[in-house]
Ligand binder design. Structure first.
Ligand code: 4NP
Length: 152
């Protein structure tokens, strides 16, 4: 299964989601390909925000090699599941969807922890709070694993 995590800049939240989900899939012995992207190209080619790199490191994850890239329409072809961090990411990705197949791949990440609530992973770029963001993503990724592990 191929999973793409998406946020706005692809430097704070989705790099954490990529790192966390890839580590959990590996631990569960699942052959998943996990990547991340941003709906903006603001930080194309840049490393993750140093605060994301640091919190990941504190929790035992190395996301130093990740580089930001923009979400592209072809991602709908490569990925089976597209996990967005907030409703603005959701709208931006849905605008690019070409058909129902594309649209059905897009899910708000925290709906795995809080079904039907459309809660956002808060954007920590200006406000900070990277520890809380990490915990929210981590708990939701556990649920993602639970749901799709059974479908393998
Ligand atoms: P992210 O956070 O979407 O979680 O990567 C942001 C990073 C950069 C900006 C906004 C959000 N920015 O405006 O540059």
């Amino acid at each position: 299964m191929n999973v793409l995590a998406v946020c706005l800049g692809n430097i704070c939240r989705s790099p954490l989601a990529e790192g966390i989900l890839a580590a959990k899939a590996k631990e569960a012995d699942l052959d998943w390909y996990v990547d991340s992207a941003g709906t903006s190209g603001y930080h194309d080619g840049e490393k993750a925000d140093r605060r994301s790199i640091e919190i990941a490191k504190e929790r035992g994850l190395d996301i130093d090699d990740q580089r930001s890239r923009k979400f592209v329409v072809a991602d709908f072809d490569q990925f089976d599941l597209i996990l967005v961090m907030d409703s603005s990411n959701y709208q931006n990705v849905m605008k690019l969807a070409r058909n129902d197949d594309d649209r059905e791949k897009v899910e708000i990440l925290l709906n795995y922890s809080f079904p039907g609530e459309n809660r956002a992973v808060p954007d920590p770029y200006y406000e900070g709070g990277f520890g809380g963001v990490y915990d929210l993503i981590d708990a939701a990724c556990d649920q993602v694993l639970e749901v799709y592990r059974l479908e393998q």
